[in-house]
Design a protein around this ligand. Structure first.
Ligand SMILES: Nc1ncnc2c1ncn2[C@@H]1O[C@H](COP(=O)(O)OP(=O)(O)OP(=O)(O)O)[C@@H](O)[C@H]1O
Ligand SMILES: [Mg+2]
Length: 253
């Protein structure tokens, strides 16, 4: 589904990421963890196209996507929630989700401006889909609220609904649980789990190791820009290199 081959990225003379490869299978939930500065966000941003690699490639369903823009990626079924992403203020909760669904609508700008019957039918379909997604993420009945009035945990659920509105097959999440309180975190984990159960492929970059451990099928561990371990949560947890990286003990390079 997603294949990263030999990705490297330097900032100045320093490698933020060096020769990283990984392979995510369809339906898999892949966690990416690592200590501060390990290169998680750099890897994430290279996968999403937000950053350009110095070398290496990213393939989605065997197509190199390195040079594709955001829209082309979305059309292929890749949805992204960036670290610190915001909801759209000044819009309702429902409108926030509908923005994410516009990719589905086939009508063009002129037709929309003329409000043709077809564009009106599609608007209605988008509205129904968006309302259904709000229910799915636990925000049913809140569609008419101003989006900024939601507490942080619900804003994260809203971002998820907005990403899902584009009907992705691959969902990329950077630190989706950061700043959430314990109960919110628990709810969010349940939501991610249910999305995975529905067959969505998910790449989850997260600081919270226990959270990633409970959710992931496989985990890739980065440290100092390199992959230091990969495997099931149980395998990774036992790995001396991982334990060393997190404890900051001396390690061979
Ligand atoms: N735009 C940039 N300019 C210069 N250096 C950068 C830039 N982005 C990242 N780096 C450096 O690259 C390394 C990896 O950073 P990155 O943000 O990918 O780590 P991270 O694993 O996401 O860390 P965190 O857990 O703090 O989010 C760090 O040493 C960081 O200082
Ligand atoms: Mg980061």
């Amino acid at each position: 589904m997603l294949r990263v081959e030999g990705l490297s990225r330097r900032f100045g003379g320093v490698y933020a990421l060096e020769n990283v490869s990984l392979n995510v299978e369809p339906g898999e939930l892949r966690g990416i963890i690592g200590p501060n500065g390990a290169g998680k966000s750099t890897l994430f941003n290279l996968i999403t196209g937000h950053l350009r690699a110095n070398s290496g490639n990213v393939f989605f369903r065997d197509e190199a996507i390195d040079s594709l823009g955001a829209h082309a990626r979305a059309q292929r079924g890749i949805a992204v929630v960036y670290q610190g992403a915001r909801i759209f203020r000044g819009m309702t909760v429902l409108e926030n989700v509908m923005v994410g669904a516009h990719r589905r609508t086939r009508h063009g700008f002129i037709e929309a401006a003329l409000r043709s019957p077809r564009s009106r039918r599609e608007d209605e379909a988008v509205r129904l889909l968006s309302a259904a997604l709000l229910t799915l993420v636990g925000l049913g009945g809140l569609g008419d609220r101003p989006a900024e009035s939601l507490p942080l945990g619900q804003q994260r659920s809203l971002q998820l609904a907005r990403a899902l509105a584009a009907e992705p097959t691959l969902l990329l999440l950077d630190e989706p649980a950061s700043g959430l309180r314990e109960a919110e975190r628990h709810h969010f984990a349940e939501l991610i789990r249910s999305l995975r159960a529905s067959g969505l492929t998910i790449v989850l970059v997260e600081h919270d190791v226990p959270l990633v451990t409970t959710l992931s099928d496989r985990i890739t561990v980065l440290d100092l820009g390199r992959v230091i371990a990969e495997g099931t949560p149980a395998e990774v947890r036992e790995d001396p290199a991982v334990i060393g990286a997190y404890l900051g003990s001396p390690r061979a390079s």
